[in-house]
Design a protein around this ligand. Sequence first.
Ligand code: FES
Length: 682
Amino acid sequence: MANQDPLVVFTPSGKRGRFPVGTPVLTAARQLGVDLDSVCGGRGICSKCQITPSYGEFSKHGVTAKEGALSEWNAVEARYDEKRGLKPGRRLGCQAKVQGDIVIDVPPESQVHRQVVRKAASARVIEMDPATRLYYIEVDEPDMHTPTGDLERVARALRDQWEIEQVTCAFPVLTQLQPVLRKGKWAITVALHRTDASATPQIIAAWPGLHETGLYGLAIDLGSTTVAAHLTNLETGEVVASSGIMNPQIRFGEDLMSRVSYAMMNPGGDMEMTRAVREAINTLAEEIAREAGIATSLILETVFVCNPVMHHLLLGIDPVELGQAPFALATSNHLNLTARDLELTALPASAQIYLLPCIAGHVGADAAAVALSEEPGKSDDLVLIVDVGTNAEILLGNTTRVLACSSPTGPAFEGAQISSGQRAAPGAIEAIRIDPVTKEPRFRVIGCDKWSDEDGFWDETAATGITGICGSGIIEAVAELRIAGLLDPSGLIGSATQTGTDRCFAEGRTNAYLIHDATAEGGPRITVTQGDIRAIQLAKSALYAGARLLMDEMGVDVVDRVVLAGAFGAHISAKHAMVLGMIPDVPLDKVSSAGNAAGTGARIALCNLAARAEIERTVRRITKVETAIEPRFQEHFVAANAIPHATDPFPELGKVVTLPVVGFNTQGDGSDGGRVRRRKRG
Ligand code: FES
């Protein structure tokens, strides 16, 4: 390359080099390793290679780009512009040729490794590096004189046109290859999948001509109670539809251990549960594709994150070993499978399935996904990550070490096993405040932004009514009862006499608190009963005890920050969670929400092949702590039963909330029988 050759500078990468006049921009980009996409290999038909040339004086780059620095707009570009429209100033990189010094911007949508914002509130991004990519090829026609198979000529085209060696072909695709080649008149698009960066690529789909209807993947968070899926465009990283359904295995048992027992007690019970969940995933895939207006045949990859019991039942492995020590997994490694292996008939038979690795017998791929999304091992300060669900996954760590455990919280935090509990849906109470003086409640329901004592609330909620309490609502309700002095630290609700309010009423031998009575309009009577308090105490004690166990193992009494993950983690108020003693004491501004971190981890693994390798490495370095056989777990559990805690001080909480000292035990154990005193905690 002579020195007087034109200088080409690419932005945003800053890569630069000199190229002979007449070099296509795509070729220059390839030679410099600039991330510029192409599916058609420079034939001017895919439009993936769009670039924006800039003209003028660029002192930063030491370049003056004059008009005419690129070749004239050509017929291919004109045809594309006429058919599809090119944005003003855009050129096709494979058509525009270098004529003089030039600065060329590669817009995000033309970058293969473009970055996708994960969620509005977070600055973090997912870099696109999908395991499956599209390649357009022109294949030699068969020739009687040099007989070769169609697949061998496809492989040769990939080698000659894309420098991709030694491809293999999934069997279901091979059976369709001949008609596809002939229909495409020997021009086809193939989807090539790699299980890792160095693996042999495999053809997992083929279409006649240029395939233009996209490539999609599903990120599925397979939970004990719900199955949530994000349909993601594998070229752009955009989530095009999200949907969820109930896990039909609930009919075999609400929590994991009852499902394991079902498999133990009923011969063939494991297969019944396997069938149920696979059917549900098929239904979900069809529904979500319909919602997005795409064919299920375009969903070529699925990533699952799930706890170990769900993992085994999805795979068709009897989970019986997970129900007893030493809780042996059939495999803890990641898995690469196909839709056909898992009988996911809604997807193409050759669609690829990736299961994240499990951490241990009780700590699953869902916890691995949280680790991938929240990266505790990259945190300088000590972070406790709690993924709240029917089973809580808990991670504690920093750059030196990461620990993980899972704790059986049960479904109370999701509004199940609560007398007025319900799923988060319009009409459900999601937030509540109880006046400490009048003991009267006011609340907000899903679907209306107003509080119940604001003008317009009753009109706006007339359609849905007030139907029950969801998970975040019950947490707030219990915490507010405690703040208002209606609930004592042991978890007893006071009587009307003890508390001075008729909202507290006797129910059998215990008391309950009335939030809202809609019976006059034919609605429900929404109360918090003593049984509800007990269910929440059990759940929160399990969560706190799991966190404490990890802190013991780490040798610390405090953590620097807490991240609440899980679908409903986003809706939990930090203050109320701490009044309840769900999480260890930290300054309230050190409690943040990560939304559905397991689902985000699944999305990252779906969009980025390197992230799969990273989590496969990371899980090997995570120390697993087994709660089920650890005696200290029981001790922590019992101490955590009090609200907020029997022995652990909560000094940070004490700075913002004054908890009344009350006792409603009338059994003569020395408590003060309801006398209310106030003091500042801490
Ligand atoms: S590379 Fe396909 S249009 Fe340019």
